[in-house]
Design a protein around this ligand. Structure first.
Ligand code: ADP
Length: 267
């Protein structure tokens, strides 16, 4: 009889504990939802006035309102650059929210790996030439194809390219290569820049994290780009990783399953 009473009490205690845990989980989930809703609303609300500020500054810079006095040019330039930075941060915040809420939509199609590379390199050409760093493209993939969302993959490639350019402070070349490795199609972005210290994976792919906190002042950035990029790649069942050596350089790899010729014909 004693044994059954003890057993019953323990059973009751366990049920109470489970109820508490359940309640705690419910509250945490509700708090996360409020946080996510808040961030998303604030980001949207910031975007509209910022777009208007960027547009107005562009009008001034293009002398649409009459010639801008020379002494105003640097300060207007700084304002324009910083509003662009703010706009990039807001876009990144919105992307993180969308991915985490499972609301990012992907439009999958069959894409030529090398064409993607060219598209991304073309769109980064202005940034590369401003920094004076040559970008070399190597096509070893022939016409190899992958399944993916064009705009999102260009976003990942642009992020890798802009990092490679930003962290190539002592010059060198940035090389973007597409190739077939076994069953996989690989796109790699290599720089001859600063390199990344060992065991920095969490920092590199984490949210708001940068290896050197002074990076933000020297080269700008939000610390969100690679977090978003990795999540986009996960949605493609594809891998994003890097190899790096301090003072020598870094290579980021995007590895996809290739699309077989036959399945293409069947589609
Ligand atoms: P952001 O570039 O906006 O700071 P990312 O998420 O793209 O954010 O990158 C996170 C951090 O990883 C960077 O701040 C930098 O410290 C490091 N990193 C990324 N790419 C490179 C690279 N090619 N070379 C050296 N460090 C890099």
């Amino acid at each position: 009889f004693d044994i059954s009473i003890t057993f019953y009490r323990r059973y009751q205690e366990r049920i109470e504990q489970m109820k508490l845990i359940e309640e705690e989980n419910r509250r945490t989930k509700a708090a996360l939802e409020v946080k996510s809703q808040f961030l998303s609303t604030v980001s949207h609300e910031l975007r509209t006035p910022l777009t208007s500020i960027i547009g107005s500054l562009e009008l001034v810079r293009n002398n649409a309102l009459g010639d801008m006095p020379d002494n105003m040019k640097p300060i207007i330039g700084i304002a324009a650059k910083n509003s662009q930075r703010l706009a990039a941060l807001i876009e990144d915040l919105l992307d993180v929210q969308k991915i985490e809420a499972g609301e990012m939509r992907f439009h999958f199609e069959t894409l030529c790996a090398n064409a993607l590379v060219h598209e991304a390199v073309d769109s980064s050409a202005g940034f590369a030439s401003r920094l004076g760093i040559p970008v070399k493209v190597i096509d070893r993939a022939g016409g190899a194809r992958i399944r993916g969302d064009r705009n999102r993959l260009i976003q990942v490639l642009n992020n890798l390219l802009s990092n490679a350019l930003k962290f190539s402070d002592k010059g060198g070349v940035v090389t973007v290569c597409s190739e077939v490795v076994g069953q996989r199609v690989r796109i790699s972005v290599r720089d001859e820049g600063l390199g990344i210290p060992e065991n920095s994976e969490e920092c590199v792919f984490g949210k708001f994290s940068q290896i050197d906190s002074s990076d933000i002042r020297k080269v700008g950035g939000t610390g969100l780009g690679l977090n978003i990029s990795r999540q986009i790649m996960n949605h493609h069942d594809a891998e994003l990783r890097y190899e790096s050596e301090l003072g020598v350089g870094t290579t980021f790899y995007m590895d996809f399953d290739g699309v077989a010729e036959e399945s293409d014909k069947a589609a």
